[in-house]
Design a protein around this ligand. Sequence first.
Ligand code: ADP
Length: 750
Amino acid sequence: MSENGLLSLFQNKENVLENVLQKTPFGFSLINEDYVFEFANEAWLKIVQKENHEILGKRIFDIFPETETNLLSIFENVKNTKVPFYAPEQNIKLERKGLLQDVFFNFVYQPIYTESGEFQYFASVVIEVTDLITTRNKIKNDEERLRLATESSHTATWDLNLKTFDIIHSSYLSKIFGYNEGEQISHQQMRDHLCEEDRINIVEKAFEKALQTGVYQYEARLIDKVQNEKWISTNGKVFFEHDGIPSRMVGVMQDITQRKTSEILLQQSHHQLNTAMVASKLGRFDMDYETQHKYNFSPRFLEILGYDSQTETISSEVFEKHIHKNFVQLRLDALKAAKQTGDLFYQTKIVLRDGTQKWIEIYGKLLEPIDGRKAYISGTIRDITENKNYEKNIRESEKKYRFLADAIPQIVWIGEKDGQLTYFNKATMDYSGKNYNDFLDGDGWLEIVHPDEQQENIRLWAKSIRTKKPFFFEHRFRNKDNEYRWFLSRAFPDLDEAGNVKKWVGTSTDIDDMKRQEKQKNDFIKMANHELKTPVTTIKGYVQLLKKMRGDSEDKFLVNSLNTIENQVNKLNVLIGDLLDISRMEAGNLPLNKKEFSLLGLVTETIEDIKASEQSHHINFELKHPTDIEVYADKDRITQVLNNLLTNAIKYSPTSKMVNVELFVEEEYAVVSVEDFGIGMDHEELNKIFERFYRVSGDDEETFPGFGIGLFIVKDILDRHDGKITVISKKEQGSRFSFFLPLGKNKNSK
Ligand code: ADP
């Protein structure tokens, strides 16, 4: 090859090289040591947006003055160290297609030396990396967006290596399991938090299935680190290697506790609603709010209307035909009202196909339009035939009772639970000459009560209201002629199941005649007593005198007669005394003359006295206390009590001849008991023997003479000593009466 040829080749080569450099897609330029451009290719010129003539032979810093501070030191450094300078991803704003755009370049400044090691050029190489950067940014943004999306939708992400079971997860996943946000938890830890039952039955099964199908999906419960029960939902996808071996599972996890609990609540309330509907036998329907056309009749609805819900169904028009003609207008009015208020309510009679009539109640409520659904009224239908009949029956029976109450001559009244009187029967008006409203307003009632009894009346009524105990009171009412008559008023509370008063039902019975008769009777007894006492005392005196004079006579008949007369006169005396006591008791003036005395002495003396006149029975006495017992009481009255019990014991045991008397102490009381083995009493009799003039009825009446006042007096005496009397008795087996006197009631304490 000739020199020429070589040169030309070299020149040619240079040309080729230059051509190549000119056309390469990356920018290339050469800057000499004076920082003057000697070469720049097309790409380079395009990047810096210059023409060739604008830069060739010019200093770089004259063209790009803003770069001088930075570049100068870089150039120096490159030149001295011979190490190329690399500036990656430099952002330059360039106008492209008429728009100013962010463009990214990697810059390299490479020093070029001659073969002898002399510095020759700085080569500037520029490669555009905009696409790379935007792609990378896009990925980064997508990732960020995904992260935000998952976090804001409370979704955790995870990535499980199926070979090592290492798991990578987002920080929200830790939170689901009750850990701190940053904390990493292992796959095993996650499994351990699952509810045992769900882990076995749900999660592990889902996992197995995922390895087969590639899709992982389940909902299960877990107990988080702080012992909260939570519901989670997991969705994942399995990645398989080429040979079909699963290598990786990626998925999301959500805390669905709220959804689940509301789902469960919804289910529950659905269930409750259903049960309630079934239990209350309610039917259901929906009604178009605008057209008022009914649809969706439930089976029960159809049943109420007399259709077979299995085989039949009806339209809105058919339903309307069943409305009883008297109620058509009422129903239309109700529908009209529903259009305004959204509430539908009416009760109507309906006529079934077979002609039977029923009462129904329709109730509905407007449901606002949602999810593109029109507004509609959801309603219920109830068969109220029975209630209606019941109401009618109640109305009728109330009428009946009012009629009854008005028909009887007795005063009847009803009070509310607070004591306010709200009803009076006709007899009340008839008696008082007032009208109904006089009684209902204010103190109408009290107004006719005699002023002497008003205070006590108010007190007792208030007490009954407070205690819910029956009310009893005797008081005088003024009649229309302004005269007062005695009434016995009684009121009983009508209680509900909980024991609260619903009403008070009261009656007032005219006892004026009875009262008057009783007074007459008492007056008579008092008088008779007086009149009897004198002759009896005289007889007794003479008998005693006669006994003294002729008591030792040979004439047995005379002595016996005198004894008999004396016995009978004594009995007569006791009877007269009893009668007198009764009238004095009733007048409230039977005085007690209390003093301290020995109960033992009293008991033995009384027994001796009885024995003297009644030899028929054997009276045993036993003191069941280590010492004598002292009491503070009216000795004569207590003697009377014991006397009464002993004579009864003898009188009511005609066949058995034994009477046992015991004296002892029980708790705070001195007790004397008298036991016989005579005719005894049954339960019913026992309840009444302490009433005045009560005598057990039957044949015995003839056999056992008496007035039926003995025990009445006994009880009164004991009451006034703060004592009591008890009795245990069995028919045909005998009775045991015990009376109790309080101990420690000495004169100092009384
Ligand atoms: P009476 O004067 O009738 O005895 P009481 O008041 O003493 O009146 O007694 C009332 C009634 O109680 C008697 O009529 C009698 O039926 C019954 N009674 C009282 N004591 C006894 C007794 N020990 N055994 C059986 N019945 C008795």
